[in-house]
Design a protein around this ligand. Sequence first.
Ligand SMILES: [Ca+2]
Length: 324
Amino acid sequence: MLPRMKRTFLIDTDTASDDAVALIMALRSPEVEVVGITTVAGNVVVRQASRNALYTAELCGSSVPVFTGAEKPLKRAHWSADWFHGRDGLGDHGYPAPRRAPEKMGAAEAIVELIEAHPGIVMVTLGPLTNVAQALQKKPEIAKKVSRCVVMGGAPCCVGNVTPAAEYNIWVDPEAARIVMRSGLPIELIGWQLSRGDAVVGETEITHIQGLNTSLARFAVESNSHARQAYKIQTGEDGLCLPDPVAMSIALDPTVGTEWSDHYVEVETQGELTRGMTVVDRLNVAGDERNRALWEPMFQVPKAKVCWSIDSNRWKTALYAALR
Ligand SMILES: [Ca+2]
């Protein structure tokens, strides 16, 4: 029997503590080859994101190339999330500098080249969409060569985390998110709300992870210590809320997402209270006479797949498997 071909992944990340765990899941998966990691300003400044991605790859024994990308959003100033993840994005535990350096090529160029070199590639985005938008501006045709674009971002029809209306990744660079949503990329939208409630890794489960007694398990829990405290203050829920790893578990196995439907998704770029809101046409009324003119740009592209629920047990099983 021929060995199964590995699926090819490209990951764009503003590498903080939950991103790091998502990277571990992909780099440790026997079914996936990660051909590149691109970093973007988001949770931390982009230089720190590259450093964190390289350090995480090193822990996994991976020599995947890391390409540094945008230092700020397309049109706005950069807002970090150090209040959530710690100053270094990894909970300020003094992790050493990585041995390798990032590649010389920039992220947007690398995204274009890697997609051209690997048609059918799966793209996973874990941060603001600045790099992806810049790659699409360089070469719009790449959208057709991606088989899946799994986006951790947004809060479809739900509460936001950085404002009442918006999730951080989309809020930071809404113009970039809009470009990506209108690009024709086959978007699978994994909103922030999917990592809440049952998906939160609770105290007993954290103890289980620590009991795995591997360096990756220890790093996964330790690096998220600051985020755990911040999440408790923000939501009252105790435990590890891991949006990027939840998205990665779906990228690795789409059946972890248990309820999906297809909709046009637009991003609010002008709203006074709603900057970065992911506006989902849940009842498919965008084509109605009263909405048609405003939503017309979306009719040129396929609808996004929006995930509404996940199998929390299976997501956590995938997490444990990666940290073993
Ligand atoms: Ca992230």
